[in-house]
Each structure stands twice: as structure tokens, then as C-alpha cells.
Design a protein around this ligand. Structure first.
Ligand code: FAD
Length: 416
């Protein structure tokens, strides 16, 4: 293993060998981009800037890039983590395998505008993301498709037979009010129990009957042989990784990035004309209506001295195992290296010192969020953008879309 750990990946991947994106220096321009856990001056809380952006994930990075390059305004981006890219960042682990430390991030979209926008900062590696589900001691194709149906029958079948069988298995529910009803109305109790029920409970520590219909409803059920995990037209990964893409977005003379800086620590002393806040909305308001519920994740990584380990990029575990999925992102990144790293994902309750990965998609949490949203709507000089500020699960493309829309609005209003 030591040999493998010393071997560097080839080609452009070499650009980001360390923990997330290495810093670009500002020697040749006015911007200061600090990565790798550095801060310009950790004790400097008296920051003065034109546009202050809290969060260097998709929401913050897109807005910083747009405001700097299109409006010519100076932005300071702070992130309390020691890297840029938010949850989407990637890095090489000790064995030299490119991993997604905050969970696998499969980029997919139907929006040409979003692909065009991001393509200014990256080329793409087209990937069709494929997933298996391990249940009852064997692997099943997932999401459910004609091949899965044939696995269940143990013989060849047809789309017509699958459709007719599903029509018998389904429970007719006209307007599913929750995730349980949604899945029962799509595939019936047998497949619900097999693939969804325990998986969803593990993920959310709530019964599917307590969760919004969209949580399970967004997983496609196909009567064709299309076995791709996602259905969007465009499915890819940034060719040189997410960290490199973010680094290029933020590499502008008018953008300064300070990582390892928590907005809560600088809030009282810092001065800005306009604030863009992409952190948790309940935290911004000091939890005045109580903390919003989130779920977090614990990741367990295992590096193995073999080229590939899993039979697919991702294997779901919808049974009694304490983890929900195991991911071998190397199958998607296309990295050529004789070792591999697999990552087990354990859903956990959110608490101090943990990352708020998932807003809980349930009506009680939504009602609580709306009280915060009401305050936010009346807050002058602040844009709340991104999945934590909007308290809802959003894919990366949706957050990019949200940030571009916010930018259009800011351009009209000329904030600050
Ligand atoms: C496990 C997991 C897997 C996912 N997989 C996919 C996928 O396959 N495909 C897909 O399209 N989407 C996926 N997503 C969703 C994707 O991560 C989000 O759409 C995207 O990262 C949201 O960007 P953001 O900027 O809104 O939030 P974030 O990426 O969370 O960025 C917000 C940043 O704000 C910082 N911050 C918060 N509070 C403060 C503060 N007080 N001071 C300073 N900084 C602060 C945080 O540290 C964070 O870096 C996944 C999400 C998770 C959790």
C-alpha cells in the first residue's frame, strides 16, 4: 500500500494533489484566494468588503464569480470549512485515490444554460452513473427497471408484462401524501419493502409515511432496460475534478477567499454593503424559532489493493446494515491507479460539530422553516441562497440555477 500511496495520479489530476483545492496565489492580481485551511489572518475579524459571501459551495462560488466578472464588484467569500467547493469538493486520499469526502456527487441536468455556464470552468467526463441494490443476499439492478423485474421473475420478460404486473401490484392512491403512499402507488408493497422502506428509515430516522412524497418519488421506475441511476440528458463529472473547477471559478482579481472563517465569529465586527448567505438559515437567526432538523452522515473509507472492488459505482443497502450505501467513486472518475477506495455511508443525527448535510423533507420541518423564511423575506441587504438557506434538498444544477437567478435579480436591483 505504501507504494500506491506514494504514486501520484497522472495528467491534469496532478493539479489538486492535496486536501481539496490548493491555493492560487494572488501575486499577479489583486485577489487573494486562500485554500487548504488557511485564513488571511485568523484574528482579523474586522473585515470590510463590498459583497460578503458566506459559503464557498456552488451557491457562493457562482455568485462570487458572476458579481466579480459581470458587475465588477469586489467579493469576499468566507467558508468555515478548510476548503472551497462546499459538499461537492473532491480530494486525493492518502493512497492517491480521488474521492468525494462529503458523499458522491454525480452531476446531472437537463439545463443547457447551466452546462454552458459551468463549462467555462471545466471540461467534462461523460459518465452514466449506475447503481445496484443488495438485498436478500444478492445484487439487484436499481432503480427498478425491466432487468430488475426479470431478476425477480427469474426469467426473461417484456415491457408489456412488467407494466401489467406493476398495475396489479400497485395500490391505487390518487394523490400520494407521503413517500410511503408514493412508492406503494408506483410499485406496490413487495418492492416497497424490498428496496425503499428500511433504506428510507435509516436515511431519515423517520418512517416514509412521515416524509414528503418527493423523497422516494424522485427515484424513477422504468419498464425499459434503461438502468442508469439518473434520467437527465447531461450526466458527467468535471474532468479535472470539482475542486479544480471551483478554483477556476474563484480565480478572479476581485474575489478574495478566506477558508476556515466562520461568519458567526466575524459577524459583529465585519462591514459589508451586501451579504450573500448560503449557510443554515436557522443559524443566521440564532435559532430563534428553534433549530431546524437536519440529518448528517459519517463516512468510513477503506482502501484496497485492487483496481476495483464493488460490482458497480454505488451499492445500496436497503436492509438491516447500519449503512445505506457503499460507493466506489473511482468507477466514475476514471482514474487509472491500481488501488481503490470504497466509502460506507452511515446516516446519523445532526449535532454540534457535525455537518448539516440534509434538511429533513417533512411537513413539520417545512412549517418551522417558513417562519425563518418570513424573516428572511423582510431582511434588507441580504440574499439567502443555496440548499441550507432555502432549507431544501437541491441537486447541484438546481443550486447553480438558483444562484444565477439571484444574480439576475441583483443586477437589476444594483444591491448595496
Ligand atoms: C451526501 C450528499 C450527496 C449529494 N450528492 C449529490 C449528487 O450526486 N448530485 C447532485 O446534483 N447533488 C448532490 N448533492 C447536493 C449538493 O451537495 C448540493 O446541491 C450543493 O452542494 C449545494 O451547494 P450550496 O452552496 O447550496 O451548499 P454547500 O455545498 O453546503 O455550501 C455551503 C457552504 O457554506 C459554508 N457555511 C455554512 N455556514 C457558514 C458560516 N457560518 N460561516 C462560514 N461558512 C459557512 C459551509 O461550510 C459550506 O461549505 C448531495 C448532497 C449531499 C449532502
Amino acid at each position: 500500500m505504501r507504494d500506491a500511496a506514494q504514486r501520484m495520479p497522472r495528467g491534469r489530476l496532478r493539479e489538486s494533489p492535496g486536501w481539496c483545492a490548493p491555493p492560487l496565489t494572488s501575486a499577479t492580481h489583486g485577489g487573494i484566494l486562500l485554500g487548504h485551511g488557511a485564513t488571511k489572518n485568523p484574528s482579523d475579524r474586522t473585515l470590510k468588503c463590498d459583497v460578503l459571501i458566506v459559503g464557498a459551495g456552488f451557491a457562493g462560488a457562482v455568485l462570487a464569480e458572476r458579481i466579480a466578472s459581470q458587475m465588477g464588484r469586489r467579493c469576499t467569500v468566507v467558508d468555515r470549512r478548510d476548503h472551497i467547493g462546499g459538499n461537492a469538493f473532491d480530494r486525493y486520499d492518502g493512497a492517491g485515490v480521488l474521492i468525494h469526502p462529503c458523499g458522491p456527487h454525480y452531476f446531472h441536468t437537463n439545463s443547457d444554460r447551466i452546462v454552458e455556464y459551468l463549462s467555462q470552468f471545466t471540461d467534462w467526463r461523460p459518465v452514466e452513473f449506475r447503481v445496484l441494490s443488495y438485498a436478500g443476499g444478492r445484487y439487484w439492478q436499481f432503480p427498478i427497471n425491466l432487468n430488475t423485474f426479470e431478476q425477480i421473475l427469474g426469467r426473461p420478460s417484456t415491457p408489456g408484462e412488467m407494466e401489467a404486473t406493476l398495475a396489479r401490484w400497485r395500490i391505487p392512491i390518487e394523490n400520494p401524501k407521503n413517500s410511503e403512499e408514493m412508492i406503494l402507488s408506483q410499485v406496490g408493497p413487495r418492492l416497497y419493502e424490498m428496496f425503499f422502506k428500511k433504506y428510507t428509515r435509516k436515511q431519515w430516522r423517520r418512517d416514509p409515511s412521515e416524509l414528503d412524497p418527493a423523497v422516494c418519488g424522485r427515484i424513477p421506475v422504468r419498464t425499459t432496460r434503461d438502468d442508469r441511476y439518473l434520467s437527465d440528458r447531461f450526466q458527467a463529472l468535471p474532468r479535472d475534478g470539482y475542486a479544480t473547477m471551483f478554483r477556476r471559478m474563484l480565480d478572479h482579481p476581485l474575489i478574495e477567499v478566506r477558508t476556515g472563517v466562520d461568519f458567526r465569529d466575524i459577524r459583529s465586527a465585519a462591514k459589508w454593503n451586501h451579504l450573500i448567505y448560503t449557510g443554515p438559515i436557522d443559524e443566521y437567526y440564532g435559532h430563534v424559532f428553534g433549530p431546524l432538523p437536519y440529518r448528517t452522515l459519517r463516512f468510513e473509507n477503506e482502501t484496497l489493493a485492487e483496481e476495483f472492488h464493488l460490482p458497480a459505482m454505488q451499492v445500496n443497502y436497503p436492509g438491516d446494515e447500519p449503512f445505506t450505501r457503499v460507493v466506489e467513486i473511482k468507477r466514475a472518475t476514471g482514474q487509472k491507479i491500481p488501488v481503490t477506495t470504497i466509502v460506507r455511508e452511515f446516516p446519523e443525527d445532526y449535532g454540534p460539530g457535525k455537518e448539516p448535510y440534509y434538511p429533513v423533507p417533512a411537513s413539520d420541518a417545512r412549517a418551522q422553516y417558513l417562519r425563518y423564511a418570513d424573516l428572511a423575506a423582510r431582511e434588507p441587504g441580504v440574499s439567502f441562497v443555496g440548499r441550507l438557506a432555502a432549507y431544501r434538498y437541491c441537486n447541484m444544477d438546481q443550486v447553480v440555477g438558483m444562484a444565477l437567478a439571484e444574480f439576475d435579480g441583483l443586477k437589476e436591483r444594483k444591491p448595496g
